[in-house]
Design a protein around this ligand. Structure first.
Ligand SMILES: [Zn+2]
Length: 484
């Protein structure tokens, strides 16, 4: 099966960088791209007319929690914990997480993938589905929905524990427990390598820098080298973690990753903003500091701006990381899981962080959401439209209420486009969104299911909140109820 797309604009890749092709043509053959250029006489089984559209490489989301993120919507907004420097980790997120029942994970997973696909995202680095759904069901769901996904079970030999009052510290378990999980992760890799016609990319997920001991991190590094798979970890993600790492090891999270050897070109760090020199940390960098370590290692930061913006925080800054030589990619983490929105946020917070209109340019952000993500997950045949690359493509209408007038489609993608403008999405050469409609699920039924499911989750919060608070106490309604 081959699909041809004629686009008013095509973002092609010239071997070194993205380029803008006016009146371009992209043709797929099987799961790969066979042609990118201007020749519309190239043969294809079917054609998609993009006469006022831009054709782009499918966006790569390098941090998603598909089975749980939808619970955040309508809830975490305007909340956080001042005693945790505004983070919701350890507060309402813990209570929300514990309130999800096993069946809810299925509904949330399908919904999250639907959200991502509709935003032009074709690959997600997803953490949680394997643990919450079981490996087989997670893989089945990804297969059915049609997205490309990095997956694996989580690995840790420590847990967060509330010690005194709200305080959260790591309680260490036996190293053996972590090694057992690493064994399970290896079995997952062996079993699913190449599954779903290559759409499933097994990865190693040491959960968090402060719940993986130095010994376990070294063991994960050894296994990653042996298996040659991508690795992802939560690190430098909140002030409490940064401070706990300093007190446990006299090292920043990034310094510790460097010391254990886990920091390397195959590592994607979610979220990587809590680095020496960040104003919220008041911890000055020594020498080149964390950014230099990140840059020298070739590791990738998954910049997930929205979830931090909601807490009044931001990475300092997208452009400064790039200038330091750090590979930056984009992820969603929270809900809405919308890569177009995350790109916009990434651009604006970088400008705000630097007080600079040139910071967080559309070019930089688009590169991060495509080439940066591809480099992070070790897939040089993704994130670009070039002959031989995998056929992961999105088509976005530029003649809509959002996008007219259009002179520069990349600027419009970052600054004005929304999910409703995404008309076609192709993954591995297969259409998964056609004329704005998801092909794998009935979107209407799915949204009803999500509403029902999440109402039940909110009702269970008091049983799971450490202070017994209700959902309205944790996250008050914007306006008080009125029954006139
Ligand atoms: Zn996360």
């Amino acid at each position: 099966m081959s699909i041809g797309i004629r686009g008013k604009w095509v973002i092609g890749y010239d071997g070194e960088e993205h380029r803008l092709i006016r009146d371009g043509v992209v043709v797929t053959e099987g799961k790969r791209i066979k042609y990118v250029g201007k020749d519309s006489s190239v043969e294809a089984d079917r054609w998609i007319d993009g006469s006022h559209h831009v054709v782009i490489p499918g966006l790569i989301c390098t941090h998603a929690h598909a089975s749980s993120a939808p619970k955040d919507k309508s809830f975490i907004d305007d909340t956080g914990a001042r005693h945790f420097y505004m983070s919701s980790l350890g507060e309402n997120l813990s209570a929300l997480g514990k309130s999800i029942s096993p069946e809810d994970f299925h509904v949330f997973s399908r919904y999250s993938i639907a959200e991502l696909l509709r935003s032009g995202c074709t690959t997600m680095l997803e953490i949680g589905m394997v643990g919450n759904l079981g490996a087989e069901e997670a893989v089945r769901t990804i297969g059915e929905m049609g997205i490309r996904a990095l997956e694996g079970p989580s690995i840790s030999d420590g847990v967060w524990e509330r010690t005194q009052g709200a305080n959260i510290q790591t309680r260490w378990l036996e190293l053996e427990e972590g090694l057992k999980k690493l064994d399970e992760a290896e079995k997952f890799v062996t079993k699913y390598e190449g599954a779903l016609d290559g759409r499933l990319i097994p990865a190693l997920y040491p959960d968090k820098v402060d719940t993986n001991s130095g010994e376990l991190q070294r063991a994960v590094r050894g296994k990653a080298d042996e298996l040659n798979v991508p690795v992802s970890i939560h690190a430098a993600q909140w002030v409490v973690e940064f401070q706990n790492m300093l007190r446990m090891y006299r090292r920043t999270p990034v310094e510790f990753l460097h010391e254990t050897g886990l920091l390397g070109p195959d590592l994607v760090i979610g979220h990587g903003w809590a680095t020496a020199g960040h104003p919220l940390l008041a911890y000055p960098p020594v020498g080149g500091g964390d950014l230099e370590l990140l840059a020298m290692s070739g590791a990738t930061v998954s910049h997930d701006p929205l979830v931090f913006i909601k807490r009044g925080n931001k990475m300092h800054s997208h452009s400064r990381y790039l200038a330091a030589g750090v590979n930056v990619s984009i992820g969603c983490d929270t809900s809405p899981q919308d890569m177009l929105n995350e790109m916009r946020m990434a651009s604006y917070v970088s400008k705000l962080a630097d007080w600079d209109c040139f910071s967080g340019s559309s070019r930089e952000v688009f590169n991060s959401a495509t080439l940066g993500g591809a480099r992070g997950i070790g897939k040089p045949d993704l994130g670009r439209l070039e002959s031989g690359a995998l056929a992961d493509i999105a088509v976005v209408d530029m003649q809509t209420i959002n996008n007219v007038p259009c002179r520069d489609p990349v600027k419009n993608l970052v600054n004005s486009a929304s999910r409703g403008d995404v008309t076609h999405v192709i993954v591995n050469g297969e259409l998964v969104v056609e004329a704005g409609v998801l092909l794998a699920v009935d979107e209407g039924k799915l949204v009803e299911e999500v509403q029902r499911t999440t109402e039940a989750v909110w009702s269970r919060i008091p049983e799971n909140h450490y202070l017994g608070l209700t959902s309205d106490e944790v996250s008050p309604q914007s306006f008080r109820p009125w029954d006139p």
